[in-house]
Design a protein around this ligand. Structure first.
Ligand code: ZN
Ligand code: ZN
Length: 281
């Protein structure tokens, strides 16, 4: 295993960094700088939970102490599930696997980026949309290498360690991007298929203002697939959604915002210009 991200300085944080929120009784979300990680499981059962995504580089200590506070000292999850392999979602994964020795699950098409075989395409600093996009060349795109610690999610849609949940392939932002859905209370863990803060506005990143947007622009490479993924998630009619960036969003605000994004995806989500925009929309 090799952690290629060590020591990289990320020039973005938010006022919510370090803040945690219990979204439903068995789901706790922690904001690390600009990104959310999610602890799924009943806090009464210290070794029965799953960590979804692993935050920014060098955040393992923050995640481990949040886990101890919630599930008790020395508790560890059954598994780690990754929505995708971008640096801000896999930042602590190598350190956490060393600490916990648990399997990591991801989509088959995300494997090259998690086993050191392929780098993501360069972020597009020319994309329409402001300051964070201009900083995006500083974001690491080198893959982590989890070796044989990472496994493919089961083909039947189930999620190891998360009974009642299923994974949904939501490509576009990355080829193997997934979201997680629980039918019983219509909870959705979105990853970056859509977000509730505009990542390309530094002001909104810092203040974490709530608004539903498409996936972060400077790293999204397939806008057609991204639109279909949003439509797939909208059709689930979720009651609450935890996104990779921004605050959790609930009920009618979610349903209205998601419907609008699905219906007007080209206008709201797709940048007017940029390296990965074909101009045909
Ligand atoms: Zn991402
Ligand atoms: Zn992200």
């Amino acid at each position: 295993m090799e952690d290629t991200m060590e020591g990289k300085w990320i020039p973005a944080t938010s006022v919510r960094s370090g803040v945690g929120q219990e979204v439903v009784p068995d789901m706790y979300c922690l904001t690390i700088q600009i990104v959310n990680v999610c602890f799924v499981g009943n806090p009464e059962q210290p070794n029965e939970w799953v960590l979804v995504d692993t935050g920014m580089p060098e955040s393992a200590d923050d995640i481990i102490s949040a886990a101890s506070r919630r599930f008790g000292p020395n508790s560890r999850p059954k598994a780690i599930v990754l929505t995708h392999g971008h640096f801000d979602h896999v930042g602590a994964v190598v350190d956490l696997v060393k600490e916990w020795d648990v399997p990591v699950y991801a989509h088959e098409r995300e494997m090259p980026y998690l086993t050191g075989k392929a780098s993501y395409p360069q972020p597009d600093p020319t994309v329409e949309g402001g300051f964070v996009a201009k900083l995006s060349p500083l974001f690491p795109i080198e893959p982590v290498d989890l070796g044989n610690h990472v496994k493919e999610l089961p083909a039947d849609g189930s999620v190891p360690g998360m009974s009642g949940w299923r994974w949904i392939h939501t490509p576009g932002h990355t080829p193997g991007h997934i979201s997680l859905f629980r039918e019983s209370d219509r909870s959705l863990i979105v990853g970056d298929a859509f977000v509730t803060v505009r990542q390309d506005s530094l002001y909104k990143v810092v203040m974490q203002e709530q608004e539903i947007s498409g996936p972060p622009r400077y790293l999204t490479t397939d806008w057609q697939a991204a639109r279909e993924s949003v439509q797939r998630l909208e059709a689930l009619n979720p009651a609450l959604a935890v996104t990779g960036h921004g605050m959790p969003i609930f009920g009618e605000t979610l349903q209205r915002g998601l419907k609008k994004l699905a219906n007007e995806f080209n206008r709201i989500a797709i940048p007017d210009y940029g390296r990965y925009v074909d101009g045909s929309h």
